[in-house]
Design a protein around this ligand. Structure first.
Ligand SMILES: [Zn+2]
Ligand SMILES: [Zn+2]
Length: 107
C-alpha cells in the first residue's frame, strides 16, 4: 500500500508523501517540494526559497501538541496577510518558529 499523493517534487522528482510543501506563489503549474529539498532551500523553474508555502499533511499536531488546526489556519491567514518578507510580525512569530521546530524533528 502506498500513501503517495500522485505528485512529485519540483527539484528531485521524488513521489511526494505527506507532509510536503506546496508553494503558494508558483501556481502555474502548481509547485510542490519534498521536505528535504524545501529544507535545503532548493530553487527551480522560477520557484524561490523565499516563496510563501503551505504544508500539506495528514496530521500536523503529532509533534507539536499545543499547535491546533485552528492555530495553523491562523498562521496561513497571517502569512497571506503579511506577505513575503514580513513573516516575523509579532502575531505569527511563535508559529513560524513552530514550523522550524517541526521540520527539525523530521530530520
Ligand atoms: Zn525533493
Ligand atoms: Zn514558488
Amino acid at each position: 500500500m502506498s500513501d503517495s499523493v500522485g505528485k512529485s517534487c519540483l527539484n528531485c522528482g521524488t513521489d511526494l508523501k505527506e507532509p510536503f510543501i506546496s508553494c503558494v506563489e508558483c501556481v502555474s503549474p502548481r509547485t510542490f517540494l519534498c521536505l528535504s529539498c524545501f529544507a535545503r532551500g532548493e530553487e527551480k523553474n522560477g520557484h524561490k526559497s523565499g516563496h510563501v508555502f503551505e504544508i500539506i499533511k495528514n496530521n500536523f499536531s503529532i509533534l507539536e501538541p499545543e499547535w491546533t488546526a485552528r492555530d495553523e489556519l491562523n498562521l496561513l491567514d497571517a502569512i497571506y496577510d503579511c506577505g513575503v518578507g514580513n513573516w516575523y510580525c509579532s502575531l505569527i512569530d511563535i508559529h513560524v518558529t513552530c514550523i522550524y521546530v517541526y521540520l527539525a524533528h523530521i530530520f
